[in-house]
Design a protein around this ligand. Structure first.
Ligand SMILES: NC(=O)c1ccc[n+]([C@@H]2O[C@H](COP(=O)([O-])OP(=O)(O)OC[C@H]3O[C@@H](n4cnc5c(N)ncnc54)[C@H](OP(=O)(O)O)[C@@H]3O)[C@@H](O)[C@H]2O)c1
Length: 276
């Protein structure tokens, strides 16, 4: 049976908010009120509305999820606090999926609202595979978040994949560089494999099929098999064989072993700059 969800308000239903919403719907975890500026309101277990003005009166959420762009965070919080201060009055846990918005900056933005100067804030950093239920979400709890609220966050984000709690807020920047940005690194590999196959004379369609199926198949194997990635790699690398020839180039000390850590470090630096 699907777990029961307390009243929930989802603000922002774009790429990420929309992915969360559809995963919850598929899991029978219909949230109470969703603000989606681009969809027609539909009757149902949840209430889909176009703006804060349309949120039903006397609705009192236990969870408010902010899934707007970081640059819209302050305006959205002000709009909530001005138009519907009652929504923040009962101390809901506030889950922010907004990249670079620290618990401190969010607490500052909520300070003059009924949520008070130390609201319960959880930062969540999901990634795009959440859209197909294969996400990886890192979470960090600010002060005043109860064990029940953390369990609720696990249920909500667990509906779109795996979850892990970070002990320190800065670790969210590291996680962002690995699992947040990581899908883009894998897609780049798919692009490059496809281009290499075309460069060697295969048709675009066949090249694309080979690159896609190789990456999704290898990902599935990594997920299902008990062996670690290095062992799975060794399993396809016979000494003196074709894979060994390619791996000797990719795994040369100045190639991927140098560029991957460098790329990750650059992403972490940028995440820290954006969070400053
Ligand atoms: N996409 C990812 O891979 C990813 C991963 C992790 C975290 N995030 C975070 O998720 C957040 C959303 O990103 P996204 O890619 O989903 O952006 P998005 O597709 O632009 O979605 C944001 C949505 O929020 C709406 N919105 C803005 N202000 C609002 C308001 N006051 N009330 C109600 N709705 C409002 C926007 O409507 P309009 O279009 O009308 O402005 C838009 O539909 C960002 O903070 C991002 O850092 C994204």
């Amino acid at each position: 049976m699907a777990p029961h969800l307390p009243p929930l308000l989802l603000v922002g239903c774009g790429q990420m908010g929309g992915a969360l919403f559809s995963a919850w719907e598929q899991n029978g975890l219909a949230p109470s009120v969703v603000i989606d500026r681009h969809r027609e309101a539909v009757p149902g277990a949840h209430s889909l509305v176009r703006s804060i003005d349309d949120i039903p009166k006397r609705f009192s959420p236990d969870v408010v999820i902010l899934a707007v762009k970081p640059q819209n965070a302050a305006a959205t919080i002000t709009e909530l606090a001005t138009k519907r201060p009652d929504l923040l009055a009962n101390g809901p846990v506030i889950i922010s999926v907004m990249a670079g918005c620290t618990t401190r900056s969010l607490a500052g933005a909520f300070a003059d609202t009924p949520a008070g100067s130390s609201p319960a804030i959880v930062r969540a950093m999901p990634n795009t595979p959440s859209a197909v239920g294969r996400g990886m979400t890192g979470l960090f709890a600010g002060t005043n978040v109860s064990a029940e609220q953390k369990a609720l966050c696990d249920t909500l984000l667990g509906a779109v994949g795996a979850t892990v709690w970070m002990d320190e807020e800065d670790q969210i920047n590291i996680l962002t560089a690995i699992s947040g940005s990581g899908p883009a690194y894998v897609f780049l590999l798919a692009e490059l494999l496809e281009q290499a196959a075309v460069g060697q004379g295969l048709s675009r369609d066949v090249a694309r099929l080979l690159a896609r199926k190789t990456i999704t198949g290898a990902g599935e194997l990594l997920d299902r098999m008990p062996e670690d990635a290095a062992q799975l790699r060794r399993n396809v690398t016979s000494p003196g064989g074709t894979t060994a020839e390619a791996i000797s180039i990719l795994n040369a000390p100045d190639n991927w072993p140098a560029s991957v850590p460098e790329a990750v470090a650059a992403a972490i630096r940028r995440a820290r700059e954006l969070a400053a």
